[in-house]
Design a protein around this ligand. Structure first.
Ligand code: PMP
Length: 415
């Protein structure tokens, strides 16, 4: 799903060299056609001011935010902001160095300790983004002669981690337990195996049957990595994710997560109980060969993670928001990514890119921001309007959102 169509013959520019940009021509044309139709560019929205976790001035208009992944609304938490400001004053604006050289400050150790406590696991390793956490862990643990068995709808960072390593990559149909087992059975005896799953799949907002899938993976002697980017802080009794919710976290060898969603800042991590996990700090290139996170970022992350350990009320309110919006959009006649609400993401399926873009723009004019997602990021070539709810959305805001969807749906010819 990642490739852009290659033209048959590369264009030749002056001097007889092929123009390396000609492979992007189909995409350039698609974008031009979309903008020629007169819609606002969905990929160059500017947040002029951010007023709260749920409201901002976007392209000059006051807008409700419904596409930010800011699930727990931690970005404006006063304790989080204070911790960041203090660290900025005490430690400066950046570390200017790798974690294994001059880039480990007390704040990096503190956030790793907070993660160990949050997940009740022995080891935590923090990366500069979640993207790099997947890139680093996957490419380092699965090497030549090993096999990676992964869901075909895996996030781009998982695919890129596979591409960066030397393991054989074996995809299986999305959330299909039988297909996964069939692939596992065919792997040569004695080969190293890593099964990669996600708790919540971010395009459709559906969850994985982790309990069953992990049991099968273990039966075949595979190690298991679960990306819980979209469930941390929200799903599970302690917010540890879908694996916790389904009672199988103890069987997960590596949990990957991010600070860019519920935690409300930026950064990525892997937590594990593997007794040899610490060696990763010396061999994992996306950890070693890049600068560590700024002190203010790790301080905000640490404070936020500790507060998320005691956020049961917020979790309950977010579930309430998700259920209310899902039911109302379904009742209004929209086609949704899941039959029932499974996470804080609700995907509204559009008939095509043109009407999807028109609906996206109509919502923006109503004062609502959602994500427009299109192929190749989406499964089955779908155009989606992806809504991600926040624990800070009030019940009134959710009702306002429903009205906006109804009016925009009529205007864009979807309803
Ligand atoms: N994994 C998944 C499933 C994601 O959706 C994302 C980001 N959307 C990432 C990893 C990467 O996270 P980050 O923003 O921290 O790079």
């Amino acid at each position: 799903t990642e490739a852009v169509n290659q033209p048959d013959q590369p264009e030749v520019i002056e001097g007889g060299q092929p123009d390396l940009f000609s492979k992007f021509d189909p995409l350039i044309e698609m974008r031009r056609n979309l903008l020629d139709s007169g819609v606002e560019d969905p990929f160059s929205l500017v947040m002029d001011r951010v007023l709260s976790p749920t409201t901002a001035i976007c392209n000059g208009r006051e807008t409700i935010l419904l596409g930010t992944y800011n699930y727990m609304g931690m970005t404006f938490d006063p304790d989080v902001i204070e911790a960041g400001q203090k660290a900025l004053t005490d430690f400066g604006s950046g570390t200017t160095g790798s974690r294994v050289l001059n880039g480990t400050y007390s704040g990096h150790k503190a956030v790793e300790q907070a993660l160990c406590e949050f997940y009740a696991m022995d080891h935590a390793m923090v990366f500069s983004t979640g993207y790099q956490a997947n890139l680093g862990i996957i490419s380092t643990i699965a090497g030549k002669g090993d096999y990676i068995i992964l869901d075909i709808d895996s996030h781009a960072s998982i695919w890129d981690g596979c591409k960066m390593g030397d393991a054989e990559v074996v995809p299986f149909k999305h959330n299909d337990l039988e297909a996964m087992e069939k692939r596992l059975r065919r792997i040569p005896e004695g080969a190293g195996k890593l099964v990669i799953l996600e708790g919540v799949y971010s395009m459709m907002g559906d969850i994985a049957p982790l309990k069953e899938m992990i049991a099968v993976a273990k039966k075949h002697g595979a190690m298991v990595l679960v990306d819980e980017a979209h469930s941390m802080g929200f799903i599970g009794p302690n917010g540890r994710g879908v694996a916790e919710d389904q009672g199988c976290l103890d069987d997960v060898d590596f949990v990957i997560g991010t600070f860019s969603k519920s935690v409300g800042t930026v950064g990525g991590f892997c937590v594990s109980n593997h007794p040899k996990f610490e060696i990763m700090r010396l061999v994992c290139r996306p950890y070693v060969f890049t600068a560590s996170l700024p002190p203010s970022v790790v301080a905000t992350a640490c404070t936020s993670i500790r507060k998320l350990m005691h956020a049961a009320d917020k979790r309950a309110h977010l579930w309430e928001n998700s259920r209310t919006l899902h039911a109302a959009l379904k009742a209004a006649g929209f086609h949704l990514g899941t039959e029932t609400p499974q996470s804080a993401i609700i995907a509204v399926i559009m008939p095509d890119l043109e009407r999807g873009a028109a609906m996206w723009e109509a919502l923006l004019h109503e004062g609502l921001y959602v994500n427009l997602a299109r192929p190749p990021a989406t499964p089955a070539n779908m155009t989606l309007l992806r809504c991600s709810l926040c624990a800070a959305h009030t019940a009134e805001q959710v009702q306002q959102i429903v009205g906006m969807f109804q009016r925009a749906g009529v205007k864009a010819g979807i309803l």
